[in-house]
Design a protein around this ligand. Structure first.
Ligand code: NAP
Length: 336
């Protein structure tokens, strides 16, 4: 497993991180707790040392399962990098909304520490920008926790470069989270250069486009009630779904021909070899989903193949679309 040191920090961790959105169950059609704990242990066994989570992943469920898995894993806390988030609150109906007020952040961090059964968080991200709260207030709250030692690094997720500039007037930014995978590349325009120019480590999320690039999804795949892909994610709706499925097949053929690999291995390798200091988050909720990890380290994608991949994407995806569907409302949008 390749290692990486987060810029401006002394945090060293694995370049591949386990994502736990699906483990939380909410928006993924439910959670199987035993499978979740086994998946986290399988990730550790394979050398993963970074886990990414958020209170919003199952309203604390994913964090609790990580806390449980850490206790039974037989590893020291200092061997694992925990990345969690704040900035999303929810009401009694289970509707998420953005909240980066100081009072919420101070309560939220204590709840995450309890859930995770730890006394510090390695990387603490604001999950979505709350434009109803001045960014200085949010930055001051994070900086306070940073100086207190409750968090070891500050991250921002889904922020624009302009919003980050304002935030940085009151607190350092050590990490950002952006969607980045073969099908979702808008961060290449501004966010990745911004991170590079400002000594910020980037976490790539949805490395497999929520399973689309696993090569296991077909027209007949059944997504359970409440799975975000069934109702909301536009890449999983027709007519786009067919376009993406055809492209996955084409990429799979290319991976077979050139490297004797499959599309999942190609997609993760592409992600891992992006220029700069980055972390790739791979979401999984069954231990065997991590088995392909062994096939990621013995090849690299050459420049000609990268051009061919880009050509396939340009030719096959007629109406590219990003991750806008994930964006939760702010309080005003929710309550009017
Ligand atoms: P992802 O990593 O692109 O895909 C995860 C899904 O792919 C899994 O849940 C699984 O689907 C499927 N999968 C994984 N390995 C597989 C295998 N070997 N065979 C078949 N299917 C496989 O998507 P993601 O979970 O959205 O992103 C990764 C992580 O990034 C998240 O878990 C979260 O920690 C983080 N994230 C952050 C943000 C943010 O706003 N900051 C947003 C999104 C994600 P099934 O579970 O259906 O089997």
């Amino acid at each position: 497993m390749e290692k990486i040191k987060l810029k401006q920090t002394n945090i060293e961790t694995s370049k591949l991180g386990l994502g736990t959105w699906a483990i939380g169950g909410f928006q993924w059609g439910g959670s199987d707790e035993q499978e979740a704990v086994k998946t986290i242990h399988a990730a550790f066994d394979k050398g993963i040392r970074l886990i990414d989570t958020a209170p919003s992943y199952g309203f604390g469920k994913a964090e609790e399962l990580i806390g449980k898995a850490l206790q039974s894993a037989g590893l020291n806390r200092s061997e694992i990098t925990i990345s969690t988030k704040t900035g999303l609150n929810w009401n009694e109906k289970g509707e998420l909304f953005r909240d980066s007020t100081k009072s919420f952040i101070h309560k939220d961090v204590e709840r995450s520490l309890r859930n995770l059964k730890t006394d510090y968080i390695d990387v603490y991200h604001v999950q979505w920008p709350d434009t109803l709260t001045p960014f200085h207030h949010t930055a001051e709250a994070l900086n306070y926790l940073y100086k207190e030692g409750k968090i070891r690094a500050i991250g921002l997720s889904n922020f624009t470069t302009e919003q980050m500039d304002i935030f940085r007037e009151a607190a350092p930014i050590h990490a950002i989270q952006v969607p980045h995978n073969l099908f979702e590349r808008s961060s290449e325009d501004e966010l990745l250069p911004y991170a590079e120019n400002n000594e910020i480590t980037t976490f790539f999320y949805s490395s497999l486009t929520r399973g689309l690039l696993s090569g296991q999804i077909t027209e007949n795949t059944h997504f359970p009630e409440g799975d975000v892909r069934r109702a909301t994610d536009p890449k999983f709706q027709q007519p786009r779904f067919e376009q993406y499925m055809k492209t996955v097949n084409e990429l799979n053929d290319l991976a077979q021909d050139r490297f004797q690999k499959n599309v999942l291995e190609l997609a993760l390798r592409w992600n891992l070899q992006q220029p700069g200091e980055n972390i790739s988050l791979w979401g999984a909720r069954h231990p065997d989903q991590l088995s392909p990890m062994d096939g990621l380290w013995d090849f690299s994608i050459d420049d000609d193949t990268i051009k061919d991949i880009d050509e396939i994407l340009m030719r096959s995806i007629h109406s590219p679309i990003g991750t806008e569907f994930m964006a939760p409302p702010n309080k005003q949008e929710l309550y009017g």
